[in-house]
Each structure stands twice: as structure tokens, then as C-alpha cells.
Ligand binder design. Sequence first.
Ligand code: S3P
Length: 450
Amino acid sequence: MTASSSAAAPQPFRSRKAAPLSGTARVPGDKSISHRSLMLGALAVGETEIHGLLEGEDVLRTATAMRLLGGEAERGADGVWRAQGRGIGGLREAPEVLDLGNAGTGTRLLMGLVAPYDFVTFFTGDASLRSRPMGRVSEPLSRMGARIVARAGGRPPLAVIGTAEPMPITYKLPVASAQVKSAILLAGLNAPGITTVIEPEPTRDHTELMLKGFGATLTVEQTPEGRAVSLTGQPEIFGRKIIVPGDPSSAAFPMAAALIVPGSDLRVPNVGLNPHRIGLIETLLEMGADIVIENRREEAGEPVGDLRVRHSALKGVTVPAERAPSMIDEYPILSVVAAFADGETRMEGLAELRVKESDRLSAMAQGLAACGVKVSEGQDSLTVTGGKAPAGGVRIPVKLDHRIGMSFLVLGMAAQKPVEIDDAEAIGTSFPGFVDLMNALGAMVTKADR
Ligand code: S3P
């Protein structure tokens, strides 16, 4: 599967009522940590060993980009990836346009990474990526001295004209975004002095944890304005061993399927449980979900655990806006679960969903309504009234969005009639093998007619 910038023939899939799901769902490595491992591995002195890298299309695009920028990253026959770093300041101009496919994270983080270098880097991607706003990253990077030339609305294709004399900045994030925070910190790596990012609402802190793990000097302080992360620039960072935990955002799909398919009992081992990523689990527990976390442990600086999830009678809840950063990618699948919960589930503070791989707020509202679910879409909220199994019997447009595709395939596992998606291609960006895994657990997902 490729999420290439040139459109491949669509691959429609159909999901119908599943048998009770049982067994073990091993989910692929965390996408956020995988991107960062390759990037930091290319800047560290010496070798970085990456165990459990997500080999999804998005991350493979980052691996290619790092090679074009002068790093080395290869998969060994043992499945372990090894990156040979160039040291901070050691990147070179890419001889080609960096095509990041569907990957917003790859694009935004790399824009930061290349901004403090005296060369130009060109970025493009698929139709979804080319519709996404990058101004939120361009703005702080311009303050550091880079120039960004982009299409209207800050959209790619774009060029980052790097600076030989980057300036460290102090920047307060106007939106809660780990991508923007990380882009600035990665730029700060090659700037002299201290770069500070202040986030009014805390977002995932993988960049901070990993920078420290690689030996950078980074401090985190609570200030009246928010959480202030300060990085001392131009450190020497050293190659290390990274163990990538299973992605909680991918685990969300088999978990949700187990909750809504009657009789299900699944184990989902080795799931990352970073406190900034577990808003979905918190919400599902409030809804009455039978989720048990076993064998909590820490691996390479990240908390990890094994989950056991059983079919549950669920009730609707209100999900407060403050929780959004800790479950930002999980609203599509939560809204599917909500369709099976008794009463109303109201999700607030969802404005950011409109600028993800698709406008997820409207994609979910329209798709759920087409499946016969009562749903109301606000400017930045979504209310789903659940109860009996949705009718289904429709084909949903995925809009190049992996999480929309997986969400509706999961819905089809417990709907009255099958649910189809118009194109499963995008699923490979974050969850290669999703269909085979779900079928091995008892799902009935098959190719559908074009
Ligand atoms: C990510 C941060 C989130 C998330 C994305 C991955 C990251 O985006 O939606 O899938 O790895 O930093 P925002 O930071 O823009 O909310």
C-alpha cells in the first residue's frame, strides 16, 4: 500500500457483523515516537537502534526524507532499524522534493528540523496533506529566521528557506499542538542559546522525553502562562536504543471493536500509556467500559501496559474540552462507540479535528448520520445519541483519512447491515495489517466491489 501523491485505484472494503472478537491484538508501533526516532537518530552521534518502529507509510516517508537529508536509516534482517547520525548541524540539502505523502506530523516536524540550516528544502504530499495549514509552524520558524514560501493558506507544496543564523525564541502556542511544539524544539536544536515553548494546555511530550533520553539539556517548568519547555541549543546528542511501544491511537480500534461486538474478550498487549495519550481510556472507563490494565511497566522512558477489553454495556457521557489534547486522534472511534452507548455523548473542544487528515468533525457527523445514528455537529462539538445498533447499509467516503476508514469498518462489525468504505488505502499510513488482524480476531472485513 502506498499513500502516494499520485492517486492509486480506490480499494473499497466491507465490514459486516462480526463473531465475538477474541484473542490477542498486537498493534503496530507508536507513530509519534517512530517519526521522532528517525529524526533524532539522524542527528545523534553514533548509532540509534529502533525496536518496534511503525512500518506504516507515513513513517517510511520520514525515513526516506532523513536519507535525502544525509542521515542513514535502514531496517535490518532482524526487523530492527538502525540510524547513523550526522550530529546536530550535520544535515545536508536534499537533492529532491521531500514527499511526505499523507503525513502531517512528518511534514511539520521536518519543517522545524531543517529551518536552522543554510539550505532550502521543498515539501509536498498527497491531496490531504496539500490541504492542511502549515502556517502554525511557519510563523514561529520565521521568527527564528527561516523563510517559508507556501501556497495560499500556508498549504504545501512549500519551501523552507533555512537560515545560517537561527535565533532561539520563546514562543507561546496559540493552539494546543504537539506538532508545533516539536517543530520549534527541533529547530532549537541547531540554534545557539535557549529555545522555550510555552503550552497553555499540555500536549503529548514524546519530543521532550526523547530529547532528554538522547542527552539534550531540557527543562520543564509550570508557569502562570502554562507549561514551559526550554531546550539548550546545539547539544551533542548520542545514539541510543529505542523501544517503540504499541500506538494507543491504533489500539483504540480493536479496543472499540471489543466493546461494541457482543461477547468479545480481547487482549491488547504492549500499549503506550503516556499520560498525555490516555484520554480515550479515561473516557471509556467513565462510559462503563470493562477495560483492565495489567503489567504496567516503563520501557525506554515511556509507560506501557497490557490491556484486556470485554464487551460492555455503555452509557453516554460528556467529554470536556480540556481532555481533547490527550485523545485528539481518538474522537472518530469514540463517536462510533458512542453510537452504541445508551443516551447522549457530547464531545467538546473539537475545533482541531477540522484540520486533521480530513475535516473529521464533519466526516464523522455525516458518516454516522448516513448509518442511521442521531448526531448533531456543532462548530467545535459533536453530540451522538446512541442506543440500539446503527442500521448501516451504506458506503462511507474516507477522504484519504486512515482513522475515518478504520472507524467505519469497526462500526460495521456491530451494525445491522454491512458498512462499506470507499477506499482502504489510507489505513496503511498508520496501521498496516489492520484488516488481517481484525479478521484473525473474528471480524468479517472483505474487499467490496468498485
Ligand atoms: C502528533 C500530534 C497531534 C496528532 C498527530 C500526531 C504528534 O497533532 O493529531 O496524529 O506526533 O506530535 P497536533 O499536535 O497538531 O494536535
